[in-house]
Ligand binder design. Structure first.
Ligand code: AMP
Length: 417
């Protein structure tokens, strides 16, 4: 992470004590991340903090290191229950506990309750002897999500049970009205730190999604591409086979599509790329691997025909459009099996996307023709040996001939008939 933040500061330079610098070293953290550079010195001085920073920025250590340092510096007797970190989900709570333990277990640090705010309140009211009165640090992590999940009342109860004399760190991916209210209620003269996510997307990029059953995906793709027929588009799929099938299907419908995948020889890939660059084909169908490192100027539209399982791939994909101040559109087609991955993407980019507007009835007018085109394309691929070599002959040839033939009828004009 540190190598992507142009930061040359050291943990030592931020005021982190020697023992903890050694732990960071042992974890392989060469330099502090941006949020750490901004937050740690203030936190060590006892200031309240509000940090706008997404997950992945290193924010956990930005609050964990100062807290652990303060535990190390305080006399043994007061090393009781020092800090409370509230997070919106159990999974996140576990991750935070793991980082605290990675940093502090060598000094005997232990995490007591790992769970959501509700679990903490439960302990407060039902566990004998459980108290938060020795607390010196309160961390509200992912505050926007905490408040979305209706933890407001629970947080109020926790605030009543902890000392007013304390340090509070509030982290959030976005600044919402509710977060501002929470900030006013529990922080004192906070230092505000804002770190643009390296995963944030540019403002000139219009991002949309559409939930659709997988059986209609092809149909939606064709609909979008015909609606945007004057644009250059990149369509991302998960597998090499799919790039071929989709390219055939689209060409069968008269669209100028060309696939590029890791299964193709270097020469063929280059050929496809040149066709796309020269404008001979205006739709490039590709996988993540094949598209990486391609020197392609900005395209108008990126379509995620398959939702990437790794959310960072989403950022790479949509980064193909809206470059250098130009505008662009990214549309994600999400089926019933991809919802979880899609939600991960929204989390990473820190926003909820609007829905791609389309009348389903109008889209489904294309269904019959798209289904037929798919049947023909599947047959072609089967006939050509499914892309596998047979008796030394390049069986891709026939498909290639088909792909490069000019026999596609104009689809757009006839689609509503
Ligand atoms: P977070 O944003 O807190 O979820 O952290 C993301 C990941 O970055 C975690 O796996 C940390 O272990 C790691 N990390 C935190 N700080 C650094 C650093 N300074 N250098 C390298 N990795 C780090």
């Amino acid at each position: 992470m540190a190598e992507e933040n142009e930061v040359t500061e050291t943990f030592k330079g931020l005021g982190v004590c020697e023992e903890l610098v050694e732990v960071c070293d042992s974890l392989g953290w060469e330099n502090p991340s941006k949020i750490q550079v901004e937050a740690i010195p203030h936190a060590l001085q006892g200031k309240d903090l509000i940090g706008l920073a997404p997950t992945g920025s290193g924010k956990t250590a930005a609050f964990a290191l100062p807290i652990i340092q303060s535990i190390l510096e305080s006399p043994k007797a007061s090393q009781a229950f020092i800090a409370c970190v509230l997070s919106p989900t159990r999974e996140l709570a576990i991750q935070i506990a793991e980082q605290f333990e990675a940093l502090g277990s060598g000094f005997g640090l232990k995490c007591a309750v790992v769970g959501t705010p509700g679990r903490l309140v439960d302990h407060l009211s039902n566990t004998k002897g459980f108290s938060l009165r020795t607390l010196k640090y309160l961390v509200l992590d992912e505050a926007d999500r905490l408040l979305n999940e209706d933890f407001e009342k629970t947080i109020d109860e926790i605030l009543k049970a902890i000392p007013r004399e304390r340090n509070t760190f509030l982290f959030s991916a976005t600044m919402t009205k509710k977060v501002r209210k929470l900030q006013r209620a529990c922080l004192r003269n906070p230092v505000k730190i804002e770190i643009a996510s390296k995963y944030s997307t540019v403002d000139t990029l219009k991002q949309q999604f559409r939930f659709i059953p997988s059986k209609y995906k092809d149909c939606y793709l064709v609909y979008i591409l015909t609606e945007m027929s004057g644009s250059t588009s990149m369509v991302f799929t998960r597998t090499c086979e799919q790039t071929r099938l989709l390219a055939l299907l689209l060409r069968n419908l008269g669209l100028r599509a060309i696939p590029i995948s890791g299964q193709m020889s270097q020469a063929k890939r280059l050929g496809a790329l040149n066709k796309f660059k020269a404008g001979e084909c205006n739709i490039l169908i590709c996988t993540d691997v094949a598209s990486r490192g391609l020197d392609i100027a900005s395209v108008d539209v990126v379509i995620n025909f398959d939702i990437p399982t790794n959310s960072k791939d989403y950022i790479h994909r949509v980064g193909r459009t809206a470059r250098a101040g130009r505008s662009g559109v990214a549309i994600s087609l999400v089926n019933q099996y991809e919802l979880e991955w899609y939600l991960q993407i929204e989390k990473l980019i820190g926003k909820k996307l609007p829905e791609f507007p389309a009348e389903e009835e109008e889209v489904l007018l294309l269904l019959e023709r798209v289904t037929e085109a798919k049947r023909i394309s599947q047959m072609k691929i089967k006939e050509s040996g499914g892309g596998k070599k047979r008796r030394g002959r390049d069986d891709d040839e026939e498909v290639d001939r088909f792909l490069t033939s000019k026999n596609g009828k104009s689809f757009k004009k006839s689609k509503k008939h």
